[in-house]
Design a protein around this ligand. Structure first.
Ligand SMILES: Nc1ncnc2c1ncn2[C@@H]1O[C@H](COP(=O)(O)OP(=O)(O)O)[C@@H](O)[C@H]1O
Ligand SMILES: [Mg+2]
Length: 330
């Protein structure tokens, strides 16, 4: 099997007891994954992109053998995640959003030494590896050699979590929202590194995020996930081309406001108007061929004494694509 990760029809339901009274309760079943399928190749960053509750963490945990699926199959480096869990664990580095297991009273470096020993890595080699990784993530500059983990900023903690995921030099990385809530330099550092790990070192990376901008920035391929289902898949460009009708004219204007609806109403297109500050309105018009209506709109706006601050034709954003595939319309 060549693919680093293969997922077929994965289903996961959570069962939680809800109490409705002193002696009454019922079991609520949450379908976190409703049959998802995808693959990740070596040398590729695949983004699992979706809002909170979409099923991203559940997917990562199943692939990391931390959670059992209800049905379907998943293979990591050719090993079945249910039947060959210990083989799978040797092939993965994992980073979860909620970081557990680090020791507050140890320095960054000591924490890494502890985990290297726990993973049974060769002592001499692991010392070299830790030196290398600490430099790679610029943790030395941030004081990982003398600062205790409990004194770390969120950005440093995230860097250390990624460092831990890289300790064993595993060929497959499962990263669950690695930049969530981070300061911009740390987020950027992590993104740059993730790119290098895939494109230079050939690692297979599954990267979850709810940040459309970030997904577009670093992912080679994106899986849009919503309520446990993958609703669309492709490169960022391919995804946008799947909804060619949804190109957008974005206009920023200043004026009385009353006349905008009358003007836009005459168009055969969907539009949104948002009132900003100081009498400025931003308008988005969705059109199949925005070039055809652009001049017409401009003329009408000017004729109606609107001051045009900016106007341009935009490709749909990933957010547009997401809404289109999740809700069937904009
Ligand atoms: N341990 C759990 N028990 C019950 N429900 C859960 C549990 N973990 C996650 N869920 C539910 O499963 C769904 C998917 O969650 P999750 O995989 O964490 O989504 P994401 O990571 O995309 O935010 C959500 O509706 C969430 O509330
Ligand atoms: Mg999550």
């Amino acid at each position: 099997m060549n693919d680093a990760v293969i997922v077929r029809n994965l289903v996961k339901k959570y069962r939680t007891k809800k109490r409705t009274g002193l002696f009454r309760s019922y079991t609520e079943i949450i379908e976190a994954l409703r049959g998802i399928s995808f693959t990740v190749n070596y040398g590729e960053i695949v983004g699992l992109l979706g809002p909170n509750g979409a099923g991203k963490t559940t997917t990562i945990k199943i692939l990391a053998t931390l959670l059992l699926p209800d049905s379907g199959e998943a293979y990591v480096a050719g090993h079945n995640v249910v039947k060959e869990a210990s083989k799978v664990r040797k092939k993965i580095g994992i980073m979860l959003t909620v970081e557990k297991g680090f020791y507050g009273k140890l320095t960054g470096r000591e924490n890494l030494e502890y985990f290297a020993a726990l993973y049974g890595l060769d002592r001499r080699k692991s010392r070299e590896r830790i030196d290398y990784i600490i430099k790679l993530l610029e943790l030395d500059k941030l004081g990982a050699d003398y600062k205790l983990f409990e004194e770390f900023s969120l950005g440093m903690k995230a860097r250390l979590s990624l460092a831990r995921a890289l300790l064993s030099n595993a060929p497959i990385l499962l990263l669950d929202e690695p930049t969530l809530g981070l300061d911009p330099p740390s987020a950027r550092k992590i993104r740059e590194l993730v790119k290098d790990l895939a494109h230079r070192e050939g690692k297979a990376i599954l990267y979850t995020t709810h940040n459309m901008f970030e997904a577009e920035l670093i992912c080679d391929r994106i899986l849009l996930i919503n309520r446990g289902i993958i609703v669309a898949e492709g490169t960022p460009h391919e995804l946008k081309m799947k909804i060619p009708k949804l190109r957008v004219v974005t206009i920023s204007i200043r004026g009385e406001g009353n006349g905008i609806h009358q003007i836009l109403h005459t168009l055969d297109a969907k539009y949104e108007i948002k009132a900003e500050e100081n009498g400025i309105y931003s308008v988005r018009i969705h059109a199949e061929k925005p070039e055809d209506i652009f001049n017409d709109i401009m003329k009408k706006l000017i004729a109606n004494k609107f001051e045009i601050i900016s106007a341009r034709i935009e490709e749909p954003t990933l957010e547009d694509v997401f809404i289109y595939f999740s809700e069937g319309s904009l």
